[in-house]
Design a protein around this ligand. Structure first.
Ligand code: COA
Ligand code: NAP
Length: 264
């Protein structure tokens, strides 16, 4: 990837929500490696400062902002801080998410609301508060979805609903914002190695191996593979792609969720 990414995003500013760890941190790091100035945001002040410091240590320009994406006004303040530090924004990645494994009958009102508020309303907050700060034409917005947006996975009613809603938001905004010079796309990662998401969904080695074998490519994906797709989507190499919901999943989304009923 070195020759593809070198300088690809020079002069661009990126804002990555939910980027203190995992897939989104790898995306933020990749955008910084490609020359973008990056703002990373998540709830934990310690985690987000550590993430920003790690990116700065590579020589890139990066600030970290502690903020909960559920706080509509707070997200607006975060964008204002990003613009004050780096200038107008060219790239937004909305990837903050929460998940736990439970049957619908075991998900309380607060539990359902927590996931909808982070994954769907949080996405709305990032889009809504970010839009006025976008440099157009040419801006690119990406959300991080999940296979749950396509197939009804048991024990994931809250995530299924939230991610499907967020992907429909992406398609709607692609239609509304296309004439305004903003592209909006979604990435669906499959089971990705060394992530909190997979630690929750497959909490032991047997479950992890089963997840790997559940994909046509018979393996887990890597954070780098998702980051490379994000880099492509927010670069001018993808200038005619908008409203696309693109799996990076070893073919998993070609298959169904594969079982009936809940485990508990
Ligand atoms: N099973 C059932 N309900 C659960 C649960 C579980 N494993 N974990 C949390 N909940 C419920 C809580 O009991 C609470 O409901 P209640 O008030 O009726 O008891 C509700 O969810 C909210 O929990 P709380 O811990 O207060 O929420 P939070 O806002 O601090 O955290 C979560 C949000 C629950 C999504 C938390 O898991 C989180 O912060 N996740 C971020 C990291 C992550 O999930 N990474 C993977 C991304 S794919
Ligand atoms: P992760 O490391 O837990 O990443 C989630 C990030 O979101 C963290 O930085 C977390 O930081 C932040 N966050 C959580 N709640 C937030 C809130 N309310 N406000 C602001 N930030 C918040 O998990 P991951 O597995 O890499 O997942 C990243 C994305 O990929 C998610 O959108 C997930 O749905 C998607 N995905 C993952 C997989 C997988 O295999 N892992 C598969 C499909 C889709 P704080 O705790 O500091 O807030």
């Amino acid at each position: 990837m070195a020759t593809f990414q070198d300088g690809l995003l020079k002069g661009k500013n990126a804002f990555v929500a939910g980027a203190s760890s995992g897939i989104n941190l790898q995306i933020a790091t990749r955008l910084a490696q490609a020359g973008a100035a990056v703002t990373v945001l998540s709830r934990s002040p310690d985690k987000i400062e550590a993430a920003a410091a790690g990116i700065r240590a590579t020589g890139a320009n990066c600030i970290g902002i502690p903020q909960d994406v559920r706080d509509h006004e707070g997200v607006g303040e975060a964008f204002a801080k990003s613009v004050a530090a780096h200038g107008p924004i060219d790239i937004i990645v909305s990837g903050a998410a929460g998940n736990f494994v439970a049957p619908f009958n075991g998900i309380s009102y607060n539990g359902f609301r927590a996931v909808i508020d982070i994954d769907l309303v949080g996405c709305y907050n990032v889009m809504k508060q970010g839009f006025p700060h976008l440099r157009t034409p040419g801006a690119s917005v990406i959300t991080i979805s999940a296979p749950q947006a396509i197939h009804p996975y048991p024990m994931q009613a809250h995530v299924n609903a939230a991610k499907a809603g967020a992907d429909m938001l992406v398609k709607t905004l692609a239609v509304e914002w296309g004439p305004l010079g903003v592209r909006v796309n979604s990435i669906i990662p499959g089971p990705i190695a060394d992530t909190e998401g997979m630690a929750r969904l497959a909490p032991n080695p047997e479950a992890m191996a089963k997840s790997a074998k559940s994909t046509p490519m018979q393996r887990l994906g890597t954070k780098d593979e998702v980051a490379d797709l994000a880099l492509f989507l927010c670069s001018d190499a993808a200038a005619y792609i908008t409203g696309a919901i693109i799996p990076c999943d070893g073919g998993l989304c070609l298959l169904g969720a594969g079982r009936v009923g809940a485990d508990r």
